[in-house]
Design a binder for this molecule. Structure first.
Ligand code: ADP
Length: 851
C-alpha cells in the first residue's frame, strides 16, 4: 500500500481542509502534478475524480459536524492524468473546547487492495448469482447431513420452502433403500477416496412424488484441508427419466409388436399354405408373386413350372377360359384382368369359369379376388382365390335335374299312365301303385346313383309291410324277397329307436355293415339311407336306398332329396290310390248310368212300339164285340144255333181284350218307371174323397173278377175323409194291390179291402189269404223289377208281372208324402197297405204338379 507522505508523517491538511499544510504540499504536488498555487483554497479537490468530489465534500462536512473519523475511498489523479483509488481516512484534531483545530488526512493508495477486494466481491457475487440463479438445485450439507443452505431451484424442485429445509437432513428426502449407498458415497468423499461423485438418484418431493436427479456430490474443505461441508448439486432429470421410461416402454411395446407381427406373418403364411382354396398373389403386370399349396396342387403348378413363368396373356390363354355355358371369355372379362382394372370380385361378383387345365382336365373354377393398392391408391397387383366347384356344380346340376325329373314325373302321374290302363280292372289298384312306385325308385336310383332302392308301404294298424317297388336286386330273387318282406313288419328289420326317428319324420342313415339290421339281409348292403313317408302323423312307408359311393356318407342335398322323393312317393301313391278308388266308383256309376240310359231308351221305344199297335188291336176288338152284340140282337131267328156260334167268337174276343189289357197295363208300368227314372213323373193333385176312389177300384175289380169275393170295409171316420191326391194314380195303387191279391191268392178265399182313419192319415189296406212273404222278401218287393221267389200266380188269368207294380205304387205314395208297407208271413197271406195324410180342413181344391 502506498501512502502519500511517509508512514511517520502522513499527509496532513490544514485545519479546515481548505489547504494542505506546507510540509505536505510538495508530496501532494509531486503526486498530482498540481502546483502549490493550484492546491490552495480547496484547489486540491480538482485532483479528485469529478464524480467523487461531492461525496468527499459531504463526508467531510458530516465528519466535521459529528466530530468523528471517517474513511472513504475516492479516486486521485496522478500527474500523468491516470486516476487511482485511495482510501482517505480523516481524523479530526479538536481543541480543548471541542472546536476543530484541523485534520489529519491519510491518503493510502488502495488500487491493489481494491482490485483484490473487487475480485473477492465479484467472486462472492458470482457465487451468489450462481447459487441463486442456477438452474440446478444446490444444497450445502453439514457433515451429518443437515441442510445448511439450499438454493431456490432446490426449493422449487423439491417443493420445500427454505425454512422447512433448515429443519431437515438430506436423508429425510432420500428413499430408505438408497440410504446405505448414500452413506458410502459420503464416506468415500470423507476419506478422500474420490473428489466428487456424480450419480443418478431419486429423492422424494414434499408432495411424495419421486424426483429423479443427476446428483453431483462434492466435499468442501477448510484451508487447512479439514472436511467442512458437502455440496449436493441436483439436476432434475425426472422428465428425462419419464421419457426414458416411456421410451423403454415403447421399445418394449415395439418389440412385442414386432414379435407379434412376425408371429402373425408366420401364422398367415401357415394359413395361406393350409387354405383349402387356391390363392394367387400377382403384381401389376399379372406375374405370379406367390401361390399356396392348394393352388399349386389344383393347377399342377409344380408339374408345369415353365408355363406359370410365362407373361400374363400367354399364361392365361393356356387355360382357355370360358363362361359357365362354354362361351370363350374375352380378355377384358378374365377375372385377373378385371381385378387389375380395379374391380373387386367378391361375394356375388365372384366368377365361375370353365378352364382347360394343362393336364387335360376341364375344371369349373370359382374365382374371387381384389386388387392390392399402394399408399397412393395405385394398383400394384392383386389376389385371386380359386375354388374348384366342378363337383359341386355337377351335384347341383344333378339335384336340379332330379327335381325337374320329379316334377315331370308328378305331372306324368297326373295323366294316368297308359300301361296302367291296360291292366285288368281287378289288378289295377295295387298294380298301378306298383307301376308308379317302380318308376319313382328307378328315377331315384338313377338320380342318386344307387346300388339299391326300394319303396315299402306300412299297412296302418297291422304294420305289415307291402313291398311296392325296388331296383338293385337280381330278377330271379324278386318273388321271394317280396314274399319275405310282406310277411314282416318294420320292427322285424329295424330297432325301435330307428323306427321312432322315422315316425318323427327324420331320415335315418344306418351303416348296416357296422350295425346289422335286426333281420340280416343276404345282400351285401352298406350304408343305407331310410327316408320316412308320413301321412298326417302316421308312418305309412319308407324309401330305402344305398348309393354306390355310400361309404363316403350322404350329402345334405342327397338327404333332402331322398326326403322329398319319399314325400312325393307318398303323395303320388296316395293320389294313385285315390284315383283308382275314384275310377272304380266312377266306372260303376258310369255303368249304372249307361244301363239306366239304355233301359230308358228301351222303355221309350218299347212303349211307343207296343202301345200303338195294341191300341189299334184293342179298338178293333171292341168294334168287333159291339158288332157281335148288334148281330145278336138282329139275328133272333135261329137263336140257339147262332147264339152258340157267336159264343165261340165272343169268348176268344173277350180273352183277347183281357190280354190286351194286361199288355197295356205292363206297358203303362214300363212307361211309368221310365218317367220316374227320367224325373218326368207328374201328378195332378186335387182334394178328393179317398173312399170313393177305393170303392170305384173295388167295383172295377169285382166286375172283372166276378168269381173272387172282394169285401170292402169302410170305417165311419174314413167315409168322408178328404185327401189331396192324384185320383188316377191313387186308383192305380189300389188296382195294383187288388190285382196282386187276386193274382196270388186262391179264388175261393175272399179279399178284404179296408179304409180306416189313423191319426191324421187315412189308411187303405188289401188283405189276401195268399202264400204270404218271408221277411227277407218283404224288403225287396218294392224294388224295381223284383219278383219274390216261389210266389206263383193262382189263377189262369193272372200272368206273371215284371216286378214293377209295387215299385210304382211306392213312388206314387211317396210323391203324396204318404207311406207304404206290407204285413205278411209265409202261408198266412199278406196285407199290403198305404196311408195318405188327410187334407187340411180349410184346404181348398188344389191343382199342382209334383215331380
Ligand atoms: P208283379 O207284376 O210281378 O206282380 P209287383 O211289383 O206288383 O210285380 O209285385 C212284386 C212281387 O211281389 C211279385 O212278383 C210277387 O212275387 C210279390 N207279391 C206281390 N203281391 C203279392 C201278394 N199279394 N201275395 C204274395 N206275393 C205278392
Amino acid at each position: 500500500m502506498k501512502i502519500l507522505g511517509t508512514a511517520a508523517t502522513p499527509l496532513v491538511w490544514a485545519a479546515t481542509g481548505e489547504s494542505i499544510s506546507k510540509d505536505d504540499a510538495p508530496v501532494w504536488c509531486a503526486y498530482t502534478g498540481q502546483s502549490e498555487e493550484e492546491i490552495r483554497q480547496w484547489g486540491w479537490l480538482d485532483a479528485l475524480h469529478p464524480d467523487d468530489r461531492e461525496q468527499v465534500m459531504q463526508t467531510l462536512s458530516c465528519a466535521i459536524a459529528a466530530k468523528r473519523t471517517f474513511s472513504i475511498i475516492c479516486r486521485l489523479r496522478r500527474y500523468d492524468g491516470a486516476y487511482y483509488p485511495f482510501r482517505v481516512q480523516g481524523i479530526p484534531l479538536l481543541n480543548n473546547d471541542g472546536s476543530l483545530q484541523g485534520w489529519i488526512f491519510l491518503f493510502a493508495d488502495v488500487s491493489k487492495q481494491a482490485a483484490i477486494e473487487d475480485e473477492d466481491q465479484e467472486n462472492r457475487q458470482l457465487y451468489r448469482t450462481v447459487f441463486e440463479q442456477a438452474t440446478v438445485g444446490i444444497v450445502c450439507l453439514a457433515l451429518d447431513g443437515h441442510i445448511l443452505r439450499a438454493n431456490q431451484q432446490f426449493c422449487r424442485i423439491t417443493g420445500y420452502a427454505q425454512e422447512e429445509l433448515a429443519a431437515l437432513s438430506m436423508w429425510d428426502l432420500a428413499f430408505s433403500e438408497d440410504l446405505e449407498s448414500s452413506f458410502q458415497i459420503g464416506y468415500d468423499l470423507l476419506i478422500g477416496q474420490a473428489p466428487a461423485r456424480t450419480l443418478r438418484r431419486r429423492f422424494m418431493r414434499k408432495d411424495g412424488t419421486t424426483l429423479w436427479v443427476r446428483l453431483t456430490v462434492a466435499l468442501m474443505r477448510t484451508p487447512s484441508d479439514e472436511p467442512a461441508y458437502f455440496v449436493f448439486i441436483f439436476e432434475d432429470i425426472s422428465e428425462r427419466v419419464a421419457a426414458e421410461e416411456e421410451h423403454a416402454r415403447l421399445l418394449e411395446r415395439e418389440q412385442a409388436a414386432r414379435m407379434e407381427a412376425v408371429a402373425r406373418t408366420q401364422q398367415l403364411e401357415a394359413i395361406f399354405e393350409s387354405m383349402a382354396d387356391g390363392v394367387l398373389v400377382f403384381d401389376a403386370e399379372g406375374n405370379i408373386i406367390q401361390s399356396n399349396t392348394a393352388l399349386r396342387k389344383l393347377l399342377q403348378m409344380d408339374r408345369f413350372v415353365e408355363s406359370f413363368k410365362l407373361p400374363l396373356h400367354q399364361r392365361v390363354n393356356l387355360f382357355e377360359l370360358r363362361d359357365e355355358d362354354g362361351q370363350p371369355l374375352p380378355e377384358d372379362q378374365w377375372p385377373i384382368m378385371r381385378i387389375l382394372h380395379g374391380e373387386s370380385l367378391q361375394g356375388k361378383n365372384a366368377v365361375d369359369t370353365l378352364t382347360h387345365q394343362l393336364d387335360g382336365r376341364d375344371l369349373l373354377l370359382n374365382q374371387a379376388g381384389a386388387p392390392v393398392r399402394d399408399q397412393d391408391n395405385r394398383i400394384i397387383g392383386g389376389v385371386l382365390v380359386f375354388r374348384d366347384v366342378t363337383e359341386r356344380r355337377q351335384l347341383e346340376r344333378r339335384i336340379k335335374k332330379a327335381f325337374t325329373t320329379l316334377l315331370t314325373l308328378a305331372e306324368e302321374v297326373v295323366r294316368i299312365p297308359d300301361e296302367i290302363g291296360k291292366l285288368s280292372p281287378e289288378e289295377q289298384p295295387l298294380n298301378s301303385i306298383r307301376a308308379v312306385g317302380q318308376r319313382l325308385v328307378e328315377l331315384t336310383s338313377h338320380v342318386l346313383e344307387c346300388r339299391f332302392a326300394s319303396i315299402t308301404l306300412v299297412e296302418p294298424g297291422s304294420e305289415r309291410l307291402i313291398l311296392i317297388a325296388r331296383v338293385g336286386f337280381p330278377l330271379e330273387d324278386k318273388e321271394w324277397i317280396a314274399q319275405e318282406v310282406e310277411q314282416s313288419t318294420l320292427s322285424d328289420y329295424l330297432e325301435p329307436e330307428t323306427i321312432e326317428h322315422l315316425r318323427a319324420n327324420e331320415v335315418v342313415i344306418r351303416d348296416v355293415a357296422q350295425a346289422p339290421l335286426v333281420r340280416r339281409s343276404d345282400y351285401n348292403l352298406g350304408n343305407l339311407l331310410i327316408a320316412p313317408m308320413i301321412a298326417g302323423e302316421q308312418l305309412v312307408g319308407v324309401l330305402a336306398l344305398e348309393k354306390r359311393s355310400s361309404a363316403q356318407g350322404y350329402t345334405e342335398e342327397e338327404i333332402a332329396l331322398a326326403k322329398a322323393i319319399a314325400k312325393l312317393a307318398h303323395l303320388v301313391i296316395e293320389r294313385e290310390r285315390l284315383q283308382q278308388e275314384w275310377l272304380a266308383a266312377r266306372a260303376s256309376q258310369l255303368a249304372l248310368e249307361e244301363t239306366n240310359r239304355r233301359f230308358d231308351e228301351f222303355l221309350g221305344i218299347a212303349g211307343h212300339e207296343l202301345r200303338t199297335p195294341l191300341t189299334t188291336i184293342k179298338g178293333n176288338i171292341q168294334l168287333a164285340l159291339r158288332r157281335l152284340q148288334a148281330l145278336k140282337r138282329q139275328e133272333s131267328g135261329d137263336e140257339a144255333a147262332l147264339g152258340s156260334k157267336l159264343e165261340k167268337i165272343d169268348r176268344p174276343l173277350h180273352y183277347a181284350e183281357h190280354r190286351v189289357n194286361v199288355q197295356n197295363r205292363m206297358i203303362s208300368d214300363l212307361l211309368d218307371v221310365s218317367r220316374i227314372q227320367a224325373g218326368k213323373f207328374t201328378l195332378v193333385m186335387r182334394s178328393c174323397n179317398l173312399t170313393e176312389i177305393v170303392r170305384e177300384a173295388v167295383e172295377d175289380q169285382r166286375y172283372a173278377n166276378p168269381d173272387h169275393a172282394i169285401i170292402l170295409e169302410i170305417s165311419e171316420a174314413g167315409e168322408k175323409a178328404q185327401v189331396i191326391a192324384d185320383e188316377d194314380r191313387i186308383g192305380q195303387v189300389i188296382h195294383n194291390y187288388l190285382s196282386n191279391a187276386l193274382k196270388y191268392s186262391p179264388v175261393d178265399l175272399p179279399i178284404i179291402v179296408r179304409v180306416e182313419r189313423e191319426g191324421e192319415a187315412l189308411r187303405v189296406s188289401v188283405q189276401d189269404k195268399g202264400p204270404g212273404l218271408p221277411i227277407e222278401e218283404q224288403k225287396h218287393i218294392w224294388e224295381r223289377f223284383y219278383r219274390a221267389k216261389g210266389v206263383k200266380a193262382q189263377n189262369s188269368s193272372g200272368t206273371m208281372g215284371m216286378g214293377l207294380g209295387l215299385h210304382i205304387c211306392r213312388t206314387i205314395i211317396e210323391y203324396h208324402h204318404g207311406s207304404v208297407g206290407v204285413q205278411s208271413s209265409p202261408g198266412k197271406g199278406s196285407t199290403f197297405w198305404f196311408s195318405l195324410p188327410l187334407a187340411p180342413r180349410t184346404a181348398p181344391g188344389a191343382h199342382a204338379d209334383a215331380t
